[in-house]
Design a protein around this ligand. Structure first.
Ligand SMILES: Nc1ncnc2c1ncn2[C@@H]1O[C@H](COP(=O)(O)OP(=O)(O)OP(=O)(O)O)[C@@H](O)[C@H]1O
Ligand SMILES: [Mg+2]
Length: 238
């Protein structure tokens, strides 16, 4: 039986007169991978921040595993476009925040192995490539064993090849841990390939929701979905 992990009920968010999210109603099941795509300024990051509990709604409810969200979402972790590592700490200390706890350190090292950076544990962030820094950020996000992973364009700054590899790593880790995941991406192809469902966020609304191709290999179906989503995003709003 599937469990509803995230429920958005009549969620409204405004900054002053600027109504960013109009009336969002949406449910995400446990273990589901959702992609948010859409034009700049459409409200994607705002929606993610609300789910993370980093910001409060003006009205409406966010329900996490049946419980109304209040304050920060303790079972969610966010990963951003920039890795946001602490430059004065080694890679492993960026995961443990310098904790001397042996178990904590063990876990950090295991996660670094998982993102194929075991040998960089004692290096400083400045000596890592952008892709490596993002892998550290991913490992750090997993340290608390979150149930929900919120990804705000985490691969946006990477070159195409590194990006492809990172996509696979994210997909594998999410599947292994049965994480409920939301990925914001400007790359519609990436959104379609990784997700169970793709949501086009437009003018403060969830305009189009289509099946993603997470478990599919049918190239025609994939290309058709990408076309549909792109056309929807690019169409003039009324
Ligand atoms: N802290 C804030 N204060 C005031 N306005 C904000 C704030 N954060 C976002 N906004 C406004 O909300 C709207 C949506 O912004 P948001 O960052 O959610 O868009 P986005 O879809 O993530 O865009 P992008 O693809 O460029 O990242 C924009 O008009 C933005 O100016
Ligand atoms: Mg954004």
């Amino acid at each position: 039986m599937t469990e509803t992990k995230i429920q958005l009920q009549h969620v409204v968010k405004a900054y002053g007169d600027n109504v960013v999210l109009k009336d969002i109603n949406f449910e995400i099941q446990a273990g589901e991978f959702i992609s948010f795509v859409g034009q700049s300024g459409g409200g994607k990051t705002t929606l993610l921040r609300l789910i993370a509990g980093l910001e409060a709604t003006n009205s409406g409810d966010i329900i996490i595993a049946g419980q109304q969200l209040q304050g920060q979402n303790q079972v969610a972790r966010v990963m951003f476009q920039d890795a946001r590592l602490l430059p004065w700490m080694t890679v492993v200390d960026n995961l443990t925040f310098g904790s001397k706890d042996a178990q904590e350190k063990q876990r950090a090292l295991a996660l670094l192995e998982r993102v194929e950076l075991g040998e960089k544990a004692d290096a400083y962030p400045s000596s890592l490539s952008g892709g490596q820094q993002q892998r550290v950020a991913l490992a750090r996000a997993l340290m608390s064993d979150p149930e929900i992973l919120l990804l705000d364009e985490p691969l946006g700054a990477l070159d195409a090849l590194t990006r492809l590899k990172m996509q696979q790593l994210v997909a594998d880790i999410v599947a292994e841990s049965n994480l409920t995941t939301i990925l914001i991406t400007h790359d519609v192809r990436e959104g379609v390939l990784l997700a169970d469902r793709v949501v086009a966020v437009k003018d403060g609304d969830l305009g189009l929701i289509v099946a993603g191709q997470r478990h599919q290999t049918d190239r025609l179906a994939i290309d058709q979905t990408i076309d549909d989503v792109q056309n929807f995003i690019l169409a003039e709003s009324e």
